[in-house]
Design a binder for this molecule. Structure first.
Ligand code: DX5
Ligand code: ZN
Length: 233
């Protein structure tokens, strides 16, 4: 069983365990392919794709057709965050479009355990997302099955919101749960991550940071510096 990133970090076995997954929600949508290539070259580890339906969240973004169109532009993993309800109907389409990781909210369907199994049956990594008001306890009977846990540090729907500080306590609690499980599970945080909040999230135990505004601020010539700074220099 591989060491969890936090343990490995403490034991000095990993040099750069923090992954950056820029959210393309803050990219120029008229030049999306180019933007994905630019963040790939700038050092993004994953590409975070926010899918919103105007029903589960009050905003509408993109669907599987766009994910498929972006797939030839990078070899980096597509980290697809589904904010749609009902979600189960669309899992196959996003897997076929090229998702490597699919994350789902427990509130987005009647049976989250079944949704996780469904994602895994598609040979895609499965993640569960906790909204700011959703307790860590939700994970008790899911942690054995997921590859990733995403803590939302804003209410989902929009980029550019402020980090909700009390989610740090949730990240700390989940880091303990992951370490106790002994499973290789990534702990991701999404929303309001910038140069100030990134170190707080890392300190609390997160090892994958999603950042939209903070990655894309300043245009393509700034992406590499932005990503490097978010990662901790
Ligand atoms: C919010 C999305 C986030 C968001 C992040 O619903 O899930 O991925 O776009 O944007 P920033 O980094 O600007 O808060
Ligand atoms: Zn997201």
């Amino acid at each position: 069983m591989p060491l969890t990133t936090a343990k490995a970090k403490a034991e000095g076995q990993m040099t750069s365990p923090i992954l950056i997954s820029p959210s393309i929600l803050s990219a120029d949508f008229a030049r999306l392919g180019e933007e994905v290539r630019a963040i790939d070259e700038a050092g993004a580890d994953w590409i975070h794709i926010d899918v919103m339906d105007g029903h589960f969240v009050p905003n509408i973004t993109i669907g599987p057709g766009v994910v498929k169109a972006l797939r030839p532009h990078t070899k980096k993993p597509f980290d697809v965050h589904l904010m749609i309800s009902p979600v189960d109907l669309y899992l196959n389409a996003f897997a076929e479009a090229g998702a490597d990781i699919i994350t789902v909210h427990p509130e987005a369907g009647p049976h989250i355990h079944r949704s996780i199994q469904h994602i895994k049956s598609l040979n895609v990594q499965a993640g569960v997302v906790l909204n700011p008001g959703t307790p860590a306890k939700m994970l008790d009977y899911l942690i054995d099955d997921v590859d990733l846990i995403l803590v939302m540090s804003v209410n989902p729907g929009f980029g550019g919101q402020s980090f909700i500080t009390n989610q740090l306590r949730k990240i700390e609690a989940i880091r303990k749960m992951i370490d106790k499980s002994g499973r290789d599970i990534r702990l991701q945080v999404d929303g309001g991550i910038d140069f100030k909040t990134a170190p707080l999230a890392i300190e609390a135990g997160a090892d994958v940071l999603v950042a939209g505004t903070a990655t894309f601020r300043g245009g393509p010539s700034a992406y590499a510096d932005n990503i490097r700074t978010l990662r901790g220099g």
